[in-house]
Design a binder for this molecule. Structure first.
Ligand code: ADP
Ligand code: MG
Length: 499
């Protein structure tokens, strides 16, 4: 009787799985949380574990990690809910054998179980095979491959491709996993293929260098290096490669590579990116619709006032209405411009210039507004600032956005606030530009969201694009932006641009 362990916090899922799996002839153990599950696992050592991924307390990822720690040969199938693709991928990277989605269909369950059992079967076969091989090699070339190396690189990871070549680059081991990846049979590989043919041109030599070098896991070793390999049909396949040089009496005799096929994980990652992008598109569209609706509302009001002005021959109403329409035309045009600059993929136009000059220009533009509002605008410029290589228009936009926000941090009608703009040479860290205000500040919740696209607390007056654009430009310069704030005390935005 085949043993199987089901871990899920939902009683209904547990019961359902138990019923259907028992009718398929399994002995089913169930647990309602990770800790109990691991207890049963330690006691019964079932070859296959099905675990929910999201559970209170210990989650499925942790269960997977610990099960694999206790017995790397056990197969773990994770059960994922809608929108948990991220976790599913993480699980696959941790060597989960498969994942199935909730609600669980009989079909997907059967497929996952069959695959898990196939893996177990293959692993056993491969173990026999490698043990044979080991014996053979030992007989022919005196412990060519040391036992622990074999255990480590061949047996434990037998599902993946394992290829060994001698010093001349002739293939001497080519396992089933390698056959699956490359399409060559073992006989073909061993008799006809040179190790350089397994990679795109020049790549094999590159890898060899890395194995000898120190950077990727120490000399004589390469650990988890992402590379593309070239199959029999000329296809490029993403692989996670680990390799070891095998020595006999201090002399190099062979190189063993362990090839993990990353296609499935890559595909899932791409799907995830697409679905995340779809969510972002949805959010952006909703944000834009909201902004446009606000503006339209203002225009409608303006049109209504103009209509009234005509009907009742009231020039005052005409003037007010027309002003409202003009104001909203400006808003649409500002919003469009900002959206275009946010969507632009043109690289920044770098040139050598003085950051202090840019700060002064921006502040000069804003003096009218600060005077009108009774805000004092203070400049603290570092005279020793070295010339910088930046896109001056881009940095101008950033500072203008930050100073505008700083001014808007004071409610209309109040006076006495202060906005300070400073520049500072931070040596190796780069140049720091800071815009600080003594305005109304932000709650922590707000502060965490301000850099988001289309996030605004200013209703129709804001577009919510200013900081998103600022961040985009700063990142294009390889810089960072930071926000500090305290409600009622004020905020401070800091940009650091690398030297
Ligand atoms: P907008 O100014 O059009 O609303 P921004 O992206 O420039 O869009 O800013 C987003 C939000 O961040 C603002 O609506 C405001 O709530 C908050 N914010 C930005 N700067 C400050 C500041 N200096 N003080 C307080 N709140 C700020
Ligand atoms: Mg703004």
């Amino acid at each position: 009787m085949k043993k199987l362990l089901v871990i899920d916090d939902e009683a209904s899922t547990r019961d359902l799985l138990k019923l259907s799996l028992e009718s398929d002839g399994y002995t089913v153990f169930t647990a309602e949380d990770g800790a109990k599950g691991l207890e049963i696992f330690a006691r019964e050592n079932p070859p296959v574990v099905l675990t929910d991924i999201k559970m209170p307390g210990m989650d499925g990822i942790e269960v997977l990690r610990r099960v694999k720690e206790q017995n790397p040969d056990s197969e773990v199938i994770v059960i994922t809910g809608h929108g948990e693709m991220n976790l599913a991928i993480q699980a696959l990277q941790l060597e989960a054998s498969d994942f199935i989605n909730k609600p669980i269909s009989d079909e997907s369950l059967a497929v996952a179980l069959r695959r898990a059992e196939e893996k177990i079967w293959l692993r056993n076969k491969l173990r026999e095979y490698t043990e044979d091989l080991e014996r053979l090699i030992k007989e022919t070339s005196k412990e060519l491959l040391q036992r622990h190396e074999l255990e480590h690189n061949l047996i434990k990871t037998s599902m993946d491709g394992i290829i060994a070549n001698d010093r001349k680059g002739n293939i001497i081991i080519f396992n089933k996993g390698a056959e699956r990846i490359y399409g060559y049979t073992q006989e073909e590989a061993i008799s006809q293929i040179h190790v350089t043919q397994l990679y795109p041109e020049g790549q094999a030599r590159q890898i060899k260098k890395m194995i000898y070098g120190n950077e990727y896991g120490g000399p004589g070793r390469l650990i988890n290096y992402s590379v593309e390999v070239l199959t029999q049909t000329g296809e490029l396949i993403p692989i996670l490669l680990s390799a070891t040089i095998i020595e006999d009496k201090g002399e190099e005799v062979a190189t063993v590579g362990h090839f993990k096929d990353m296609r499935e994980i890559k595909r899932l990652e791409e799907e995830l990116v697409i679905s995340e992008r779809m969510v972002a598109v949805g959010q952006t569209t909703a944000g834009i619709a909201h902004g446009v609706k606000n503006i339209l509302h203002g225009m409608k009001l303006g049109a209504f006032m103009i209509d009234t002005g005509f009907e009742k021959e009231k020039p005052e109403s005409l003037r007010k209405g027309w002003n409202l329409v003009k104001k909203n035309i400006n808003r649409v045009s500002k919003m469009t411009k900002e959206m275009l600059s946010l969507a632009s993929t043109a690289p920044p136009a770098f040139e050598v210039c003085s950051l202090n000059d840019i700060v002064e220009e921006v502040c000069e533009l804003m003096t009218g507004e600060t005077r009108r509002r009774g805000i004092s605008l203070v400049l603290e410029l570092d005279p020793s600032l070295p010339p910088a290589t930046v896109d001056p228009d881009g940095i101008h936009t950033c500072l203008l956005n930050l100073v505008t926000n700083a001014i808007e941090a004071f409610p209309e009608g109040t006076s006495g606030g202060q906005v300070t703009v400073s520049s500072r040479d931070q040596g190796e860290a780069g140049v720091q530009l800071e815009v600080r205000d003594t305005g109304e500040g932000m709650s922590e919740e707000l502060r965490e969201r301000v850099l988001e696209n289309l996030f605004t607390t200013k209703g129709a007056r804001g577009t919510g694009l200013g900081l998103a654009i600022t961040q985009k430009i700063v990142h294009e310069h390889g810089g960072t932006i930071q926000v500090e704030s305290e409600p009622k005390k004020g905020s401070c935005f800091t940009i650091i641009l690398p030297e």
